[in-house]
Design a protein around this ligand. Structure first.
Ligand SMILES: C[S@@+](CC[C@H](N)C(=O)[O-])C[C@H]1O[C@@H](n2cnc3c(N)ncnc32)[C@H](O)[C@@H]1O
Length: 264
């Protein structure tokens, strides 16, 4: 999905406005700090951190997607940030400089690890003693009407599919609080806190919301299973469902998230 995330970067950034502001407040990055952004994607939050930490600090983005990280690099160069570096790597095995980071942050970039305990153990090795971890990840699909409503609208028009394994790597794999606590604790983190937050998600209008929902999140994989005709009918049903649930200002549906924090 890397190419879709690159082409839709501005829309995705708009839809995530509230997520970014809530998680940035929790991250509380300061000038001079060193920040790692795990699964930084196209660099939205990486560039925001570069601005906050300033020239005396540093922002490192780690991502496995060639197109997304390439775009992040391009944006950092265009903005003239000399304190940004990007590592094309799996965060599970990347050779982090030991005890380097004051803060490790991720906006939806940590739910895809094959071995989450190994990944977080590796990430922790690159953090200073007392370093902060701040993550946002999704709770269950049932708690996220922003994703659930379009899927419920599309399903009757598409072939039936077996239910997904909730623990398999994927966007809802961090939905269960005990699982997240277990992973972080096994990786050596302490003082974990998980706060449930319901965050509005919407584009500027229905067209933007449709651009997001049909190209990011769980719907694209489900649409793929249909014939062209089925996809057209499903997409129309999604548009109607969004129009029925979203007000003229674009607002109306939220996503249920965990705002996770921990210390090394
Ligand atoms: C849902 S996207 C979020 C991107 C970005 N954080 C944002 O909010 O725009 C998930 C990102 O995690 C990256 N990713 C997935 N598995 C990874 C891994 N093992 N190591 C590093 N990055 C990973 C993907 O390439 C993708 O960019």
């Amino acid at each position: 999905m890397g190419h879709a995330w690159v082409s839709q970067q501005a829309v995705i950034s708009d839809v995530f406005t509230s997520v970014t502001s809530i998680s940035f407040k929790a991250a509380a990055a300061k000038p001079g700090e060193r920040v790692v952004d795990i699964g930084c994607g196209t660099g939205d939050t990486l560039l925001d951190f570069a601005k906050v930490v300033g020239p005396s600090g540093a922002a490192l983005g780690v991502d496995i997607s060639v197109p997304m990280l390439g775009f992040a690099r391009h944006r950092a160069a265009e903005a003239g940030y000399s304190n940004v570096s990007c590592a094309l790597a799996d965060a599970t095995t990347y050779g982090f400089e030991p005890r380097w980071a004051d803060l490790v942050y991720s906006r939806f970039g940590v739910m895809f690890f094959d071995d989450p305990v190994k990944a977080f153990t590796n990430i922790r090795s690159g953090m200073k003693p007392g370093g902060r971890l701040v993550l946002v990840c999704f709770r269950t699909m049932a708690e996220s009407p922003w994703f659930r409503v379009p899927i419920e609208a599309a399903r009757p028009h598409l072939p039936a599919q077996p239910p997904a394994d909730p623990l398999a790597p994927g966007m809802f794999s961090f939905a269960r609080e005990e699982r997240v606590r277990g992973i972080l604790s096994d990786a050596g983190f302490r003082e974990m806190a998980l706060k449930a937050v319901d965050v509005p998600m919407h584009g500027k209008d229905i067209a933007q919301s449709m651009a997001f929902i049909t190209q990011a999140g769980p719907l694209p994989a489900i649409l793929e299973n249909g014939s062209e005709e089925q996809r057209t009918r499903a997409t129309e049903a999604v548009r109607e469902a969004l129009a029925a649930n979203i007000g003229a200002d674009g607002r109306g549906l939220h996503a249920g998230l965990w705002l996770v924090s921990a210390l090394t």
